[in-house]
Design a protein around this ligand. Structure first.
Ligand SMILES: C[S@@+](CC[C@H](N)C(=O)[O-])C[C@H]1O[C@@H](n2cnc3c(N)ncnc32)[C@H](O)[C@@H]1O
Length: 255
């Protein structure tokens, strides 16, 4: 006779194989952020419940009781079988992905109190995750990607530390971008230090390899440059987003 499959594992498999799109929350911090920002988390497991709750007490007392109710302990082998790569905190959960309709409503809502970040045909999953984390930190309205990269890819979610739930994340075509003046970042633009970025700005950044696409340039209202010495070609995509959001906040943007 084989061992019975533990209940949380059955629930995990049913969800993962079911029709509703789910998101793997990999590790304690991803689960903590997702819960804080209102994600629906139907199943959460850990290989060490005591350690996970001790982390919650130390780092996230605001969600400790929610995590206590959510987390089920499973064996180390069971935990390892559910995730592609075990996380040092031995915590994993499945959250329901917010609907595209809800994200589009958030992105299109006006008046807008904080910019939308657009990554135009990004290639690097780690950059996309880092940008979502930045957008969440600065309270941006959302992050939109154009092109083929899926901003909900598990590697992007891992890089975003569960903060996809703190902002609206969607993939759209250039002609579907949310309303608002489009400021596109490019070393050939006008120096950002002389500008105030409005709260309803759509801030667009080009791909790591080839910069802004022709289609996006065509829709651009203002081309904006980050200060840089002449011999340097460009900054990394995520650091460019960081500097631009910082500039928006330092010149009176919300937070
Ligand atoms: C790694 S860069 C792209 C480099 C690419 N080889 C090119 O031809 O533009 C990625 C994006 O970061 C932004 N970026 C990088 N450095 C910038 C700068 N000095 N001023 C404004 N935007 C910059 C731009 O949006 C750029 O498209």
């Amino acid at each position: 006779m084989t061992d019975p499959v533990p209940d949380p594992v059955r629930a995990w498999r049913r969800l993962a194989d079911g029709p509703a799109p789910t998101v793997l929350l990999d590790g304690f911090h991803a689960l903590k952020h997702a819960v804080r920002f209102g994600a629906e988390v139907p199943v959460a497991v850990t290989a060490d419940r005591g350690a996970a709750l001790a982390l919650a007490e130390e780092l996230a007392p605001d969600v400790r009781d929610t995590l206590d109710a959510l987390l089920t302990e499973v064996s180390g082998d069971t935990y390892a079988a559910l995730v592609p790569r075990p996380h040092p905190t031995a915590v994993a959960a499945l959250a329901l992905r917010p609907s595209r309709e809800a994200n589009l409503r958030a992105l299109e809502h006006t008046p807008r109190g904080a910019p939308v970040v657009v990554l135009d045909q990004p290639r690097n999953l780690g950059n996309a995750g880092a940008v979502i984390r930045l957008a969440a930190g600065f309270g941006a309205t959302g992050v939109v990607t154009t092109g083929t990269l899926d901003p909900w890819h598990p590697t992007v979610v891992r890089g975003g530390a569960g903060l996809h739930f703190a902002t609206a994340v969607e993939r759209l075509a250039v002609d579907e971008l949310p309303p608002g003046p489009l400021f596109a970042l490019d070393p050939e633009g006008e120096d950002i230090r002389g500008l105030k970025l409005p709260d309803d700005a759509v801030l667009a950044f080009g791909s790591e390899r080839s910069g802004l696409s022709a289609e996006l340039r065509e829709r651009t209202d203002h081309l904006v440059a980050l200060p840089m010495r002449p011999q340097v070609s460009s900054y990394n995509l995520a650091t460019s987003v960081a500097m631009t959001l910082y500039h928006w906040s330092a010149t009176g943007g919300a937070l």
